[in-house]
Design a protein around this ligand. Structure first.
Ligand SMILES: [Zn+2]
Length: 280
């Protein structure tokens, strides 16, 4: 199938009380693993590419890979720029055939975030892409104590900017946790009752499954998974090297069990987000 944008998958997911998983992909192996998992689970999926890969020139070929492989399937697959911070990255995403972008102005003051995100929304919409914004700031370290947004601020941000999906901080952070996170499920519920566009949960890695599912039922229809997926890839590489020792193995064959292992993890996350996995 040709790639779809967020409007092709997220509003329906939200209406059904489930979420679509968005995995950060970086190469052939990660893209293959994600699409294989989505095919097994018969669920839509988002392949997203972090902004760094735009600056290093890798996003171009990752986009071509996603488009080519998605066209061989019957799946609804969106191709998304993750945490874009400049209009240049958004323009690159448009040129590379992405169907959706994120503009992350979350480190800016609230009013400036609205202003800059609105400019990005026009750029994306004029090119026929959907766009995600971020309100509040989902931190990258546990020392970052940026206050969470109020539900009213999230509503105002959605209305003023016209974004198609909105990442709202509710207590998760990016990366692995050193101490257990305090996920504000009441705030997530309050936001979901006020704001009707699909909401996005960042920092989905390493967050307890029951909390993730509670937040999803509040209207968070996109679940981002980056760190756990990347870490599983690295652990699988380490284990394969230990298995083979000094024996030569062709790289394509070396990669096959690694793809299978990260695809298993992707499948578990897809079941979690699509609510086909029980809360435990
Ligand atoms: Zn994020």
């Amino acid at each position: 199938m040709p790639l779809v944008d967020f409007n092709g998958i997220l509003p329906q997911a939200r209406a059904e009380g489930r979420a679509v998983c968005a995995f950060n992909v970086v190469n052939c192996e990660t893209v293959t693993a994600v699409l294989q998992a989505a095919e097994r689970e018969k669920q839509p999926v988002i392949c997203q590419v972090f902004r760094r890969l735009f600056d290093t020139g890798k996003a171009h070929y990752v986009a071509a890979l996603v488009r080519h492989l998605a066209e061989q399937t019957d799946l609804n697959v969106a191709l998304h720029l993750d945490h874009g911070q400049t209009l240049k990255q958004i323009k690159q995403a448009i040129d590379y055939g992405f169907t959706s972008v994120m503009f992350d102005g979350s480190t800016l003051p609230y009013e400036e975030n609205i202003k800059q995100t609105s400019v990005a929304v026009k750029l994306a919409h004029d090119a026929g892409l959907t766009i995600e914004g971020e309100v509040g700031h989902i931190p990258y370290t546990e020392n970052d104590k940026t206050p969470l947004p109020t539900a009213q601020e999230v509503l105002e941000f959605a209305n003023e900017t016209g974004v198609d999906a909105l990442a709202a901080a509710v207590g998760t952070s990016h990366g692995f946790y050193k101490t257990a996170p305090v996920i504000q499920t009441d705030l997530a519920k309050e936001i979901g009752e006020l704001v009707k566009i699909p909401l996005v949960l960042h920092g989905g890695s390493d967050t307890p499954d029951d909390k993730v599912q509670q937040v999803i039922t509040s209207g968070f229809a996109k679940l981002n998974i980056a760190t756990e997926f990347m870490a599983e890839f690295l652990h699988a590489v380490r284990d394969e090297i230990q298995t083979h020792g000094e024996n030569f193995v062709p790289v394509d064959l070396f990669m096959d069990p690694i793809v299978n292992r990260i695809s298993e993890l992707a499948g578990r996350k897809i079941r979690l987000a699509s609510m086909t996995q029980p809360v435990h």
